[in-house]
Design a protein. Structure first.
Length: 232
């Protein structure tokens, strides 16, 4: 049986998730276009409209997120922005900046959520929570409508912190693996990219990232939650 409370939360979860994923991929596409690769732009992905991203990856943007929430209690999924591999090989430093654009977009959404949370607390519409967890970064005030706002901002803050941190892990196929090229000479960065493209590395990288991410994310999450309220 599906928990009826999760069904009620599904719209808020999905809007926050899709906004986060769309901004991440649109940032990749925008950066790639500015740095000389129009591939994603030609596909309509330099856009905050989620439809081009959904059309490219229906399974990862719709089916998996909904099922993961209903089965596991939280939402996971994926999307991707196309790029020209020849451009990446020719300009590994530019490709590295393009890779960082996605996590940077998630960081901006974390900051936007934080500002909104403080604005809500300042106006009395939201309150500081007694304890922190993924869906409780801020608590509702007296108004019944503030419950939805508190939950949405909590998910937006946590989801984008998670997406930023996970994608910065320097393992393929995550953005952090490509971003490492920023600190390497071009020739070495190119050799590394070619090495990481070998079959099996993406699967191995995801398995390793998933295995150890909880140990990395939990202290980061609580540190950021305390920093939000100025408590260290």
């Amino acid at each position: 049986m599906v928990d009826s409370s999760l069904l009620a939360l599904l719209p808020l979860w999905y809007v926050a998730f899709l906004l986060s994923l769309t901004c991440h991929e649109a940032a990749h596409a925008w950066a790639a276009e500015k740095l000389g690769d129009p591939t994603a732009a030609l596909g309509g992905q330099v856009s905050l409209n989620p439809l081009p991203h959904i059309q490219r990856e229906l399974f990862g943007t719709v089916i998996v997120p909904i099922l993961s929430l209903l089965i596991g209690g939280w939402m996971i999924g994926w999307a991707s922005a196309p790029y020209n591999p020849l451009w990446q090989q020719r300009y590994p430093k530019r490709a590295a900046w393009m890779a960082l654009a996605g996590p940077a977009a998630n960081l901006l959404l974390v900051l936007l959520a934080a500002v909104s949370i403080h604005a809500g607390i300042a106006t009395g519409w939201l309150t500081r929570p007694e304890s922190l967890h993924f869906t409780q970064i801020v608590s509702p005030g007296a108004s019944p409508a503030s419950e939805a706002v508190a939950l949405f901002l909590s998910i937006l803050f946590s989801e984008n912190l998670l997406l930023m941190a996970f994608n910065l892990i320097p393992l393929p196929p995550l953005d952090g693996a490509t971003a490492v090229g920023l600190i390497l000479p071009d020739e070495m960065a190119l050799r590394m990219l070619n090495f990481l493209r070998q079959p099996g590395f993406s699967i191995l990288g995801l398995v390793l990232a998933w295995r150890f991410f909880g140990d990395l994310f939990t202290p980061l999450f609580f540190w950021c939650g305390r920093a939000l309220y100025g408590v260290f």
